[in-house]
Structures are given as structure tokens and as C-alpha cells.
Design a protein around this ligand. Structure first.
Ligand code: NAI
Length: 338
């Protein structure tokens, strides 16, 4: 029995999380859900987007399944997602982008995983305006790259590659210009690569990597990179396989692991019943894999792929004009698992 903190989230969150929970339960894996709230739901109830009870539950269970959260605008709230990453030291953001048969995209046979450093880089948030007589004449931002942070994310990427039987790790950087921050990250990458002679290693400058991702995405296997580059490239990779509605992400740390869809709360389609639950369902598969439930994880992936390939019970983002919604797609996946 696995006890998991469950945060339904905002907007389309509750609908896609409920769909994903049904799919997870249909595998027969025994899960006890500990439901908590965060985001706007928590602001409305407690005046705090991240209540202590939610943090306590994640601390205790060390595993969290989270729907997208609306970041409240104004009121001085910090992003709940960034706070969760920092509180639980969720240093590795892992996002697979694997082509689906049956989706409308010009890119075929994409099969790559972005491993993004999640706690340092330009996201350290150390920035300020330079003012002269109260006029903002400029702004500065400091990127933090530590040996410890770089070693752990790069080692994570190699370990992940080994475990997932992937063959190559590509480190993405801008060391030709950012000689200290990107330079150190690359230097450490080259050192660590020597510990993994069974995994091929190369490096690419971020601009060239971006071009190659859209020209020859098939040459990439595992990408490891710093926070901002990883943020951008992993969204680009989502686009290669058909969009955010299909991409799941894991946030892995020493103290906890959190699984979610990479998209947001989609307020424009909330309550219409048409949100695509695929990313959330696949986040569930990643979570089961993390929990050691490999066969259940594979079954879910397989079932989702079959449903999308068959092309019937698809939400309108996948098939314009479709009258099927969130529950229809989830039901079709559950039937495959039956
Ligand atoms: P979004 O990802 O929510 O939506 C962007 C577009 O994609 C919208 O047109 C939406 O309808 C569509 N979309 C997203 N997920 C979909 C799905 N599953 N099925 C069908 N269509 C889908 O991004 P947006 O609008 O910039 O952000 C909305 C809110 O979500 C903001 O408050 C933002 O801060 C938050 N957000 C939360 C995240 C998280 O909790 N991990 C990640 C990204 C944004």
C-alpha cells in the first residue's frame, strides 16, 4: 500500500486528477490518497496558497500527485510550485517527450527526456533594478551554479539513463559565452561522464541544440541542462510530440518526489469537461515507476498510447471538433487496462 499526498489543484486540475486517479486505481496497485489543498483552492479556504497541513502531508509521505495550480496574481504570493521545489529540494525535473502514433505533428520518432536542474541557475531569483534618481536604468540578475548542485543533477541524468536503458546523455550549455556558470556546469559534466563509460556523452551549445531539436530531434536521448535552458527546451520538446496536454513531469528530490502534468490550470477551458487528461495520467505512470510499480506504469503508458492511436475517444485539443471529453478519454484507458 502506497500513501500519496493528492492535490487536485485549480481550474482543470480536479477533473484531470480524478481521471488519473481512476486510471491508477484500475491497475490494481493499492494506494491510499491523502487529499490536501494548495493554490487558489487553499487561498479561498485558508488565505494561504500552501497550508502547513499540505506541507506536513508531503513531508510525511514523501510523494505527491499534484494537479496544476493557479498562481494567484497580486497579494504578494510566491509561486507555490517554486516554493514546493525549494522546500523539498526537488532538484531534478524530468520530462520525457516520446512521440505518440495518432497525433498531428510533423515530428516523428521523437524519444527524448529532458533532465532540468530545478533549484539553481537564473531561477535563484537574485535580481535587482539599477536606479538613478528612482529611474530604472537597468536590471541585473545572478545565475547560481554550484558544484554540488551540478554534480547531483548530472549524476541523476546518468543514473536515469542507465536505469531507463538509454544510451546517451547530452549536456546543454552556453559555455562559450557564460564561461563561469555554464563553463563550470560543462566541466563537471565532463568529469562525471568518465564515471559512466557505458553511456555516450556529448555536449551542445543551447542555440545549436534548439535548432537540432527541430531539425533532427531523433539524435537526442537524455538532455541535462541548467534551470532556464531546461525550462525552455522541455517545452520545446513537448511541442515536438503534440503539445503540453501530452507531457508529464516528475520533480525528484532527496526529501520528496512530486508528479504533475507540465501544463497549467487552463482557466479558459475549466469546467467545460474537455481538458485532456493524458499528461496527468502519464504523470501517474511516472509516479508508479518511481514507487517500483513498473508493470502498472508500463500498462498505463501502453493503454494511453493505444487510445490515442485509435483516435476515437480524444479530447478536442487532440482532435478538433471531437465531442469527447476528459472522462471519455480516461474511460477508454481504463477499459484497456481491464
Ligand atoms: P496553461 O498551460 O494552463 O494553458 C495554456 C493553453 O493550453 C490554454 O489554451 C489551455 O486551454 C491549454 N491547455 C493546457 N492544458 C490543457 C489540457 N490538459 N487539455 C487541453 N488544453 C490544455 O497555461 P496558462 O494559461 O499560461 O496558465 C494558467 C495558470 O496555470 C496560471 O495561473 C499559471 O501560473 C498556472 N500554471 C501552473 C502550472 C503548474 O501548476 N505546474 C504550470 C504552468 C502554469
Amino acid at each position: 500500500m502506497h500513501t500519496i499526498t493528492l492535490i487536485p489543484g485549480d481550474g482543470i486540475g480536479p477533473a484531470i486528477v480524478a481521471a488519473a486517479v481512476r486510471v491508477i486505481e484500475a491497475t490494481g496497485v493499492e494506494v491510499q490518497w491523502e487529499q490536501q489543498i494548495a493554490g487558489m483552492a487553499a487561498v479561498e479556504k485558508h488565505g494561504n496558497p500552501l497550508p502547513d497541513a499540505t506541507l506536513e502531508s508531503i513531508r510525511k509521505n514523501r510523494i505527491c500527485f499534484k494537479g496544476p495550480l493557479t498562481t494567484p496574481i497580486g497579494g504578494g504570493y510566491r509561486s507555490v510550485n517554486v516554493t514546493l521545489r525549494q522546500t523539498f529540494n526537488l532538484y531534478a525535473n524530468v520530462r520525457p517527450a516520446i512521440s505518440f502514433e495518432g497525433t498531428d505533428t510533423p515530428f516523428k520518432n521523437v524519444n527524448l527526456v529532458t533532465v532540468r536542474e530545478n533549484t539553481e541557475g537564473l531561477y535563484a531569483g537574485i535580481e535587482h533594478f539599477i536606479k538613478v534618481d528612482e529611474e530604472k536604468i537597468g536590471a541585473e540578475s545572478i545565475a547560481i551554479v554550484t558544484r554540488k548542485g551540478s554534480e547531483r543533477i548530472i549524476r541523476y541524468a546518468f543514473e536515469y539513463a542507465r536505469k531507463a536503458q538509454r544510451k546517451k546523455v547530452t549536456l546543454v550549455h552556453k559555455a562559450n559565452i557564460l564561461k563561469c556558470t555554464s563553463g563550470l556546469f560543462l566541466e563537471i559534466g565532463r568529469e562525471i561522464a568518465k564515471e559512466y563509460p557505458d553511456i555516450e556523452f556529448d555536449d551542445r551549445i543551447v542555440d545549436a541544440a534548439s535548432m537540432l531539436l527541430v531539425m533532427k530531434p531523433q539524435i537526442f536521448d537524455v538532455l541535462v541542462t541548467t534551470n532556464l535552458f531546461g525550462d525552455i527546451l522541455s517545452d520545446l520538446a513537448s511541442g515536438l510530440i503534440g503539445g503540453l496536454g501530452l507531457t508529464a513531469g516528475a520533480n525528484i528530490g532527496a526529501d520528496a518526489a512530486l508528479f504533475e502534468a507540465v501544463h497549467g490550470s487552463a482557466p479558459d477551458i475549466a469546467h467545460l469537461g474537455i481538458a485532456n487528461p493524458t499528461a496527468m495520467i502519464l504523470a501517474g505512470a511516472m509516479m508508479l515507476e518511481h514507487l517500483g510499480e513498473l508493470s502498472a506504469a508500463r500498462r498505463i503508458e501502453q493503454a494511453v498510447r493505444e487510445v490515442i492511436k485509435e483516435g476515437v475517444y480524444l479530447t478536442p485539443d487532440l482532435k478538433p471538433g471531437s465531442t469527447y471529453g476528459t472522462d471519455d478519454l480516461a474511460d477508454a484507458v481504463v477499459r484497456k487496462l481491464g
